[in-house]
Ligand binder design. Structure first.
Ligand SMILES: [Zn+2]
Ligand SMILES: [Zn+2]
Length: 234
C-alpha cells in the first residue's frame, strides 16, 4: 500500500504511518532514526554547512533580519512526505508528533540562556486561512502551549497581502513578492521567536522579522522551523 493510501485508510492508533510497525505516536523509532538532520548548520539560517565557520556564505554576505535559526530536519524524503500529509491532508496525528518534537527543540533552545517574551507563528493570509480552515503552524505549537507559559501571539501580526506560491520564484523574485506582505500591531516584547513549518530561502521569515523589528519595540528575533529545505538557488 502506498503512503497516501495508507494515510487515507483507517490506521490503527498505535502504528507508524510510514512503515505500519508498532509506534508510540504515529512514527516508529526506526523511521524516526532515518530522518535527516545535517550538522553543523549555519547559526543564522540553519542551512547545512561544512568547514570551520559558524555561518554560511549567504549569511556572511547578507545577514538576515533574525539572529538565529533552529530546525529539526532537512526537508527531504520521509520528512517531506510527512509535512505534506500534515499540511495539505490535515493528518492530525502527524501534527501531534511534530508538535512534541518542536516542544523538545524549544526546551533545548531555552535551556541555554535564551528566553523569549513571546512566540509568533507565521500567519496565513485570510484567503489561505479560509481555504485551509486552520493555520498548521499554530497546531505545531500545541504541546508548547500546553506545557509552557510562553505567550503564543496570533493577534499582533497579519498577512495582509496574498502572495503567489513562493516555491516557483527565485530568491530575488521571492523578496519582491513577499515585500510588504505583513502588517504588525504595537507589541511590548523585547525578544521573540518566530515559528514556521518549512524554511527554504527564508524570505518570508526574513520579511516578517524585519517588519516587526522596524515597527515595534522588539529588539531580538529568532526563528524555529520544523524543516530546512535546500533552496535550488543556493
Ligand atoms: Zn515506521
Ligand atoms: Zn546562513
Amino acid at each position: 500500500m502506498g503512503f497516501y493510501s495508507r494515510l487515507s485508510a483507517l490506521i490503527p492508533k498505535q502504528s507508524c504511518v510510514l512503515c505500519e510497525e508498532n509506534a508510540k505516536f504515529c512514527v516508529c523509532h526506526e523511521c524516526e532514526s532515518s530522518f535527516s538532520n545535517h550538522q553543523p548548520r549555519c547559526l543564522s539560517c540553519a542551512h547545512p554547512i561544512t568547514g570551520e565557520l559558524d555561518f554560511c556564505g549567504q549569511c556572511l554576505a547578507h545577514a538576515p533580519a533574525f539572529n538565529r535559526a533552529y530546525t529539526l530536519y532537512d526537508y527531504q524524503d520521509a520528512i517531506a512526505d510527512l509535512i505534506k500529509a500534515f499540511k495539505f491532508h490535515h493528518q492530525l496525528c502527524i501534527g501531534d508528533y511534530f508538535s512534541h518534537q518542536l516542544f523538545d527543540l524549544y526546551q533545548s533552545i531555552i535551556s541555554t540562556d535564551i528566553q523569549y517574551d513571546a512566540i509568533i507563528p507565521m500567519p496565513l493570509s485570510r484567503n489561505r486561512m479560509a481555504e485551509r480552515g486552520y493555520n498548521q503552524v499554530l497546531e505545531l505549537l500545541n504541546v508548547i502551549r500546553k506545557k509552557t507559559d510562553i505567550i503564543i501571539d496570533v493577534h499582533s501580526v497579519d498577512r495582509t497581502k496574498a502572495t503567489q506560491p513562493l516555491s516557483a520564484l527565485n530568491p530575488e523574485q521571492r523578496k519582491q513578492e513577499i515585500k510588504g506582505a505583513f502588517s504588525v500591531k504595537p507589541m511590548s516584547y523585547s525578544r521573540i521567536l518566530l515559528v514556521d513549518d518549512v524554511m527554504t530561502t527564508g524570505s518570508s521569515l526574513n520579511e516578517l522579522a524585519s517588519t516587526i523589528l522596524k515597527n515595534t519595540e522588539v529588539k531580538y528575533c529568532d526563528v524555529m522551523t520544523l524543516a530546512r529545505a535546500e533552496s535550488k538557488f543556493n
